[in-house]
Design a protein around this ligand. Structure first.
Ligand code: S3P
Length: 445
């Protein structure tokens, strides 16, 4: 009799302790993978992608473009071939586009689809359907888009086609690459110039990829402008390994005794490298080797060795540069001597889960003093016990607590881990290979 495992009840059970060694290549960058499908689809010509992340989030983007008539081959061991249809070649999908857990898919597609000739609806899972979308629908409305959301400003989004978009000058209230990218993609279809200004730098993969597709951009110190109506020329894309996935192992090898890992070909874009800066300030031993470029993106091997970490006040300027890495940085803080303080990180409350609340509760369950604040957390390092924590379906929370077991006194059981596949397929196998004592339990639900 076949045994169906409920997605809800995938548990990680991690035995305490361990030493990590080896050389690993973590999967491709999620942000770049999304953008490679989007820009490849809108380009003239064929885009060959290698190193594509075969995780559920980027696969949702791929499926969305297939549903809009783009011929996409793969993924096959990270190789994807996209037959670009040009800026005006997308077709109306038969159904709503289902984007699962992926905020990047929904927010970027909202912009890209606002200027199409056809109507389209975007739907997500329970987590994505509770995340704020006004941050994109409001500026898009200023450009002339017609998008209907729920009264709470959440998905599903219903986008009305056939609107004439006009370029706007938009100052973003929060540093957000998703909002910036959404508006730049809408700007491709707008009359005139669309300019986005940010108070702090957010990841700039969209800008780098537009440039590599020969699309003219004006880049200022805190702003970027795009003029609608030019063409994108297809280009080969090699996707670097995701620094957000590498981050789990940067912390893991730092906190586990006698460990040394080499993480290969990791993207070290300066708008993403906050985790390296923060961990080094805490005393981590991380060296950057073999620097090279993948297209417009800087890449390197990262060597990390065990170190005694100490608590710090996390520099505010580093927050947007490490925005996805805080769950595992909190684990580093729990293993550090003294106190770590994070401020100015309110955005963490509206990620795949409320990462401040969920991490504070998990750390407390493991006996760590963790005090959530409206925009951050104060953590006092100490001995973690074992216990049971809940990931709330958030991939990065699940992986962060798996890493925590390297320094806990007893096993840690983590509930609701199926979504690890959204960003890091193969996490379990890779973690085991380098020394984490992790097992998966699937319970009937
Ligand atoms: C992303 C931007 C970030 C990040 C997300 C991916 C992107 O979100 O948290 O995981 O690919 O543009 P914000 O731009 O909302 O900070």
């Amino acid at each position: 009799m076949s045994h169906i495992i409920s997605q809800q009840n995938i548990q990680f059970c991690v035995k305490p302790g361990g030493t990590l060694t080896g050389e690993v290549r973590v999967p491709g960058d999620k942000s770049i993978s999304h953008r490679s499908i989007m820009l490849g689809s809108l380009a003239e010509g064929v885009t060959e992608i290698t190193g594509f992340l075969e995780g559920e989030d980027s696969l949702a983007t791929l499926a969305a473009f297939r549903a809009m008539g783009v011929d996409i081959e793969g993924p096959n061991n990270g190789r994807v071939v996209v037959q670009g249809v040009g800026l005006h070649g997308l077709r109306a999908p038969d159904d709503a586009l289902a984007l699962g857990n992926s905020g990047t898919s929904m927010r970027l597609l909202a912009g890209l689809l606002a200027g199409q000739s056809f109507d389209v609806s975007l739907v997500g899972d329970a987590s994505l359907s509770s995340r704020p979308m006004r941050r994109v629908t409001e500026p898009l409305a200023k450009m002339g888009a017609l998008i209907e959301a729920t009264d709470a400003g959440t998905a599903p989004l219903h986008i009305k086609g056939g609107q004439v978009l006009r370029g706007i000058d938009y100052e973003m209230p929060v540093a957000s690459a998703q909002v910036k990218s959404c508006l730049l993609l809408a700007g491709l279809y707008a009359q005139g110039k669309t300019c986005v200004t940010e108070s702090a730098p957010s990841r700039d993969h969209t800008e780098r990829m537009l440039i590599s597709f020969n699309y003219p951009l004006e880049i200022g110190r805190h702003s970027v402008c795009v003029q609608g109506g030019a063409n994108l020329s297809a280009n080969a894309i090699e996707v670097p390994s995701d620094i957000s996935s590498a981050a789990f192992f940067l912390v893991a090898a730092s906190i586990a005794p006698n460990s040394e890992l080499l993480l290969q070909k990791v993207g070290i874009n300066p708008t993403r490298d906050g985790v390296i800066t923060i961990l080094r300030q805490m005393g981590a031993d991380i060296t950057v080797e073999n620097k090279c470029q993948f297209g417009g993106e800087p890449v390197a091997d990262l060597r990390v060795k065990s170190a005694c970490l100490r608590g710090i006040k996390i520099p505010v300027a580093q927050v947007p540069l490490a925005i996805d890495e805080f769950p595992v940085i909190f684990i580093a803080a729990a293993c550090a001597s003294g106190q770590t303080e994070l401020t100015n990180a309110r955005e963490l409350r509206v990620k795949e889960s409320d990462r401040i609340q969920v991490m504070a509760e998990g750390l407390q369950a493991l006996g760590i003093e963790a005090q959530p604040t409206p925009d951050g957390m104060v953590i006092r390092g100490g001995q973690m016990s074992g216990g049971r924590v809940h990931s709330h379906g958030d991939h990065r929370i699940a992986m962060a607590f798996a890493v925590a077991a390297l320094r806990s006194s007893e096993s840690i059981t983590i509930d609701d881990c199926a979504n690890v596949n959204t960003s890091f397929p193969g996490f379990l196998e890779l973690s085991r290979k380098i020394g984490l004592k992790i097992a998966l339990h699937g319970l009937d639900g």
